[in-house]
Ligand binder design. Structure first.
Ligand code: PLP
Length: 357
């Protein structure tokens, strides 16, 4: 079966097999990783190796702290303003869809939020032209969502914002292609797409941005505290951290983010080319900003949606139903989705359109 779910999403089979092999007895320790103290030598090694592999994969320099926190990406919607505002009051946000909106709504509880640009008038089908962005030079940071998981909109550029730290919700595109981390003040990503189990969230933050948290910041959301304690201020999500480490090792074996980028571009292009060439299917997104990770599409006759999904399920093409807020279909093509999965989906879509279109 191929699982096209947007998250929690398919993970590399080799990783799951390894986790299964090691489940009851991790390397002769007589214990599962789940049962280990987070202070034990064995777990510290697992944790440090995961961080080191992520640093290598993503090209993260020593100027950045890497934090393994809990509460998913959504917890960061409030942690970011609480930690980064410092003595400023204003933060700029770009609104390109549902995840941007959630980040904005949460930040507005703490900050004077300026929505510097929005694609709402275009039905969130594109990225607003950066020459029209109404950003402020004195903003504490500029936040954007490089890949809108629900709308299927992905930036093909990194915004310029001078000395203002750039903050990115990379949840659904992290490690899917090369990225110049040095352009960012802070990157965060919920793990459940390209990294591992849900609940874990990875934060990559420039060290000079630490230490400015507002006094009322919950200790568990204070980046300085988490960094000072090696992400072990409390008991971390040990098993999720371990699984993330296995995924990072797998990614390195695949050739890292450069190889992933080539594969992901090819997978996405195949599917978009097929959709564009077939009158029965449509994708509403501005072609320049079509996501490599999440491909929403509609059928010419919506009354056939249920039949389409049923037939897909029978062929082991799982979780193609679009997000409840937009309807239609969505195929998520994260790193662990093999090209054969995309080929099988296209075969099925072609035969469904032939027979029912
Ligand atoms: N941001 C983006 C872009 C997402 O796709 C998601 C979840 O799918 C989230 C944030 C929220 O993540 P979590 O459920 O881990 O809080």
């Amino acid at each position: 079966a191929f699982n096209f779910c947007a998250g929690p999403a398919t993970l590399p089979e080799a990783v799951l097999k390894q986790a299964q092999d090691e489940m009851l007895d991790w390397r002769g320790s007589g214990m599962s990783v789940m049962e280990m103290s987070h202070r034990s030598e064995a777990f510290i090694e697992i944790a440090e190796t995961a961080e080191q592999d992520l640093r290598e994969l993503a090209g993260i320099s020593d100027d950045y702290a890497v934090l393994f926190m809990q509460g998913g990406a959504s917890s960061q919607f409030s942690a970011i303003p609480l930690n980064l505002l410092g003595d400023r009051t204003g933060a700029d946000y770009i609104n390109t869809g549902i995840w941007s909106k959630k980040a904005i709504a949460e930040a507005a509880r703490y900050a004077d939020v300026n929505v510097a640009a929005s694609s709402s008038d275009q039905g969130f089908s594109t990225v607003p032209d950066p020459s029209t962005w109404n950003t402020r030079a004195d903003a504490a940071y500029l936040h954007y969502t490089p890949n809108e998981t629900i709308g299927g909109v992905e930036y093909d550029f990194i915004p310029e914002c001078g000395d203002v730290p750039l903050v990115a919700d990379l949840s659904s595109t992290i490690l899917s292609r090369p990225l110049d981390v040095s352009r960012f003040g802070l990157i965060y990503a919920g793990a459940q797409k390209n990294i591992g189990p849900s609940g874990l969230v990875v934060i990559i933050v420039r060290k000079d941005l630490l230490g400015k948290a507002r006094p009322e910041t919950p200790t568990m959301l204070n980046y300085q505290v988490i960094a000072d304690n090696g992400s072990m201020y409390n008991t971390p999500a040990t098993y999720s951290w371990y699984l993330a480490g296995l995924v990072f090792k797998w990614l390195k074996e695949q050739g890292g983010v450069a190889a992933m980028g080539e594969l992901n571009e090819r997978k996405a292009r195949k599917l978009y080319d097929f959709i564009d060439a077939n009158e029965f299917y449509a994708n509403p997104v501005d072609p320049r900003y079509r996501s490599w990770m999440n491909v929403p599409f509609t059928l010419a006759d919506e009354a056939l949606n249920a039949d389409f999904l049923k037939g897909a399920d029978e062929r082991g093409l799982l979780n193609l139903k679009g997000h409840r807020s937009v309807g239609g279909m969505r195929a998520s093509l994260y790193n662990a989705m093999p090209e054969a999965g995309v080929d099988a989906l296209i075969d099925y879509m072609a035969s469904f359109a032939r027979e029912r279109g």
